[in-house]
Write a protein that binds this ligand. Structure first.
Ligand SMILES: Cc1ncc(COP(=O)(O)O)c(C=O)c1O
Length: 484
């Protein structure tokens, strides 16, 4: 992990730091300090990194050193910076912050905040009955120590059956239960990627996937998804052949954040290419249960695999509830055994009771998932209407599944907008969170997982601060530096 951020790097991350509402009323140093706080809050500037020397940052931003000095002083006063004379200044957060489920830092007193930083639904009504039924089942498991490194057999069977029903014959031995899809990804990376290994990901992609890759110090190359069309097959396969990564992490099912669905022919070509060049495919199927508008699913990516090149990961969080922390890996039986061995040094096994709850929810999948799809369709349509009415310059492709819209904004303003929205009680995950190093400032992810009334209210507030950004003038927009 970076322990020091240089002037040029921080300048790139700061992007259009001038573009904050009320800028006429606040001096440059305060705007700069606010922009650094914004980067810390959304996780792009990690905690404990050394900021550039004042002179270095002043040069990179082409502003006076006095301004940087004053900004650093303010950050020290608000508890965002610790300095030691002669040694430098490190980022920190005041004690009034905590980590939110999105991985973002949030103030503690934020009850009225509409949180669009998280793309997950509240629990379905079937959860409590499932938990009660699970408690009734528990005595069957109490006769031994309760550690099941690959998961309890009932859940492995239920998950395997789900794959089989999707056209991918699967045995329970090919399933390992994990504590969420994120855990599944982390374990797979531990097993299959040596530290510093080369990986290809989509851009944009799921930020916590990037975090898992960063923990392995992966060397990342990206394949850019087109806003309206998704993957360009020839380009994707070309990048794979050229960069020959050890592994590719892809989200073919209602991709987070764009909502795209990879077509069957590309899946087939992808698996064939991966096999030829020796790349393993880690396919994240978090949203596979959530097609909307009756969209038909192509065969699972692993259905084209004859050589154990595809490892599928998925879980309960999106169709059911994130709080369950139940996910899984589908791989070959020997790979599952190796993953289970790797897990012993991490968390040993997942909780038995939670796995039993998952078994009961999966038994009721048809009812629960259909209700989720109806709810998401209605909320998506409300959100689309609200954006069309209040922010008509934004371009949005209607997603045929999943839980998010990926909006193309009318300028490279995503981070500035997220900072401004926080002041009016809306938390946003700005575009750059979904890419590498400050790109994607023209994009914003908008999940439709909250109730319709909250979505309408949030878009109204976002529209207000959006037009405030214009009223205060935009001092010389620079195009974002494209790194990926
Ligand atoms: C693509 C993707 N993978 C993994 C996860 C994490 O899922 P889990 O809660 O099962 O760990 C998410 C959650 O947003 C996601 O969108």
């Amino acid at each position: 992990m970076t322990t020091q951020v240089r002037g040029g790097q921080l300048a790139r991350l700061l992007g259009q730091w001038h573009a904050l509402p009320g800028r006429r009323r606040s001096p440059d140093y305060a705007a700069l300090a606010a922009a650094v706080r914004g980067l810390l809050a959304d996780g792009r500037l990690p905690l404990g990194v050394r900021l550039p020397a004042e002179r270095d940052l002043a040069e990179a931003l082409r502003i006076s050193r006095t301004t940087v000095s004053a900004a650093y002083r303010q950050l020290r006063e608000t508890g965002h910076l610790a300095s030691r004379r002669g040694a430098g200044s490190w980022t920190m957060l005041p004690g009034t912050h905590r980590v939110a489920s999105s991985g973002l830092w949030t103030p503690l007193d934020d009850r009225d905040m509409i949180d669009l930083g998280v793309a997950a639904l509240a629990a379905p009504p079937q959860l409590v009955p499932a938990a009660r039924a699970a408690a009734e089942d528990l005595p069957r498991y109490l006769g031994d120590a309760g550690y099941h490194p690959t998961g309890i057999i009932e859940l492995r069977e239920a998950v395997a059956q789900g794959y089989t029903a999707r056209g991918l014959p699967t045995r329970a031995e090919q399933i390992m239960v994990t504590s969420g899809t994120q855990h599944a990804l982390d374990l797979v990376l531990r097993l299959m990627l040596t530290p510093g290994g080369p990986v290809l990901v989509e851009s944009p992609t799921y930020p916590n996937g990037l975090a898992a890759l960063a923990a392995r110090r992966a060397r990342i190359t990206t394949h850019g998804l087109a806003t309206d069309a998704g993957w360009d097959g020839d380009l994707l396969l070309g990048s794979l052949r050229q960069s020959r990564p050890k592994l590719a992490y892809l989200i073919p099912e209602f991709h987070n954040p764009t909502g795209h669905l990879m077509p069957a022919d590309l899946r087939e070509r992808l698996v064939a290419t991966a096999h030829t060049i020796g790349t393993d495919l880690v396919v994240d199927e978090s949203f596979v249960d959530l097609p909307l508008d009756g969209t038909r699913l192509p065969p699972p990516t692993a259905a084209f695999d004859r050589h154990s090149r595809v490892i599928s990961i998925g879980g309960m969080s999106k169709p059911y509830w994130g709080g369950l922390r139940i996910g899984w890996v589908r791989a070959s039986a020997p790979q599952v055994q190796r993953l289970a061995a790797a897990r012993v040094g991490v968390d040993m096994a997942s909780p038995v009771l939670d796995q039993l709850v998952a078994v009961h929810l999966l038994a009721d999948a048809a009812t629960i998932v259909a209700a989720r799809q109806r709810q998401l369709t209605a909320q998506r349509d409300v959100l689309l209407d609200a954006v069309a009415a209040r922010l008509p310059e934004w371009r949005v492709t209607v997603p045929r599944g999943g839980v998010t819209l990926w909006a193309e904004l009318d300028g490279p303003i995503s981070s500035a907008l997220a900072r401004a929205a926080e002041d009016v009680g809306v938390r946003l995950a700005p575009g750059p969170r979904f890419g590498l190093d400050g790109t994607l400032e023209r994009f914003l992810r908008l999940p439709f997982t909250l109730p319709a009334a909250d979505l309408v209210e949030a878009v109204g507030r976002i529209a207000t601060v959006r037009y405030d950004l214009d009223r205060v003038g935009r001092p010389g927009w620079r195009e974002p530096v494209v790194i990926a």
